[in-house]
Design a protein around this ligand. Structure first.
Ligand code: UDP
Length: 341
């Protein structure tokens, strides 16, 4: 509530994996949520359960272009961007412009409404880090011309833009640097390690390990991440800069694969594939700033998070297997309510 009125929150990218969980959490807090999504990588299924929710509106729009003039907000979350390497590399020009033009459009919306703005940034701003674990004060080691640059440099530009708006007093900004996050509603086809390995293990297909699997990542469960994003947005006072959000429990990709195999009782074989260009060798967040500022730390152990994720992917596979075959020619299924409340 703000001045006795329901708070209106815009979630750009609200049909995506993190965005849809964020919409749910904001609705549970009593907010009116306006989701803006282009559905390039976001999915209608992630929002289907909200189709009759009176405090939820959906605007189908690409943040690269002009936003609807009627859009109003007390707070703006910018999660709009393809986030898995295969998806963000599929249309690199669009990825770069989503971060640059999209962030500018949403910052201008925040400025016009006097809304607080939160940018979903990424651990990718650290590139292949030479400093470990990664603190917010580390400036990163990004290849500016490689295949990941459209995402990494786009997100770096978005951070620069956000802090320029803040310096100029045009908007109150928060920047979350989100480390690898997993959980229900990840796309089975998004090419990321958790979704790939879990779906392969459940199907009994070969499990693809890129390189020798000795590169490390630190995986945060989705509910912990959403809690961190909400706390950062709600934080009063001026954060000293970006804030890392992630789980500091670091493990190798090979170790992750073994855990998934055990939990799924899978008989899949593990096969090695070439390591993608510029694949970071190590990644682990230093989350002391989030701890001090927000009293935040992830709480979900990897095994519990993996169990929940595996159960969700197993249900999805069952649903897909029992769904009637789609008619050969389909009209676009659009039962979602679209509008601005
Ligand atoms: N990876 C893998 N097998 C896969 C997909 C990814 O071994 O099927 C590796 C990938 O090369 C990287 C790590 O897992 O080292 C995490 O990849 P992901 O795409 O999930 O996220 P990233 O942290 O690279 O953005």
């Amino acid at each position: 509530m703000k001045n006795g009125k329901t708070r209106q929150v815009v979630v750009a990218g609200g049909a995506g994996f993190l965005g849809s969980h964020l919409c749910d959490a904001l609705l549970a807090e009593g907010a009116h949520v306006v989701c803006v999504d282009s559905f390039r990588t976001g999915r209608r299924e992630n929002l289907r359960h909200l189709s009759r929710e009176p405090r939820f509106d959906l605007v189908e729009a690409d943040v690269i272009g002009p936003l609807p003039t009627r859009l109003r907000a007390d707070a703006v979350f910018n999660l709009a961007c393809a986030a898995s390497p295969p998806h963000y590399q599929a249309d690199p020009e669009h990825t770069m412009l989503t971060s640059v033009m999209g962030t500018r459009n949403l910052l201008r919306l925040a400025e016009a409404c006097g809304a607080r703005f939160l940018q979903a940034s990424t651990s990718e701003v650290y590139g292949d880090p030479e400093s470990h674990p990664q603190c917010e004060t580390y400036w990163g080691n990004v290849n500016p011309t490689g295949p990941r640059a459209c995402y990494d440099e786009g997100k770096r530009a978005a951070e620069a833009l956000a802090f320029d708006f803040a310096r100029a007093g045009r908007a109150e900004v928060r920047v979350a640097r989100i480390f690898n996050t997993y959980g229900p509603r990840m796309r089975a086809d998004d090419g990321r390690v958790v979704s790939n390995v879990v779906t392969q293990a459940l199907a009994g297909d070969d499990i693809t390990v890129y390189g020798q699997g000795c590169q490390t990542r630190s995986f945060c469960y989705v509910s912990d991440m959403i809690d961190g994003l909400l706390r950062l947005m709600a934080h009063e006072g001026n954060p000293p800069g970006p804030v890392n959000l992630g789980n500091p429990n670091e493990l190798t990709v090979g170790d992750l694969v073994q855990r998934v195999i055990v939990l799924t009782k899978s008989r899949s074989n593990v096969v090695n594939r070439p390591l993608p260009e510029d694949d970071p060798r190590r990644r682990r967040p230093d989350i002391s700033r989030a701890g001090t500022l927000l009293g935040w730390a992830p709480r979900t152990p990897l095994e519990a998070g993996l169990r929940a994720t595996i159960a969700w992917f197993a249900e999805e596979a069952q649903r897909a297997a029992s769904a009637p075959a789609p008619p050969r020619r389909t009209a676009a299924p659009r039962p979602m309510r679209v509008g601005l409340g």
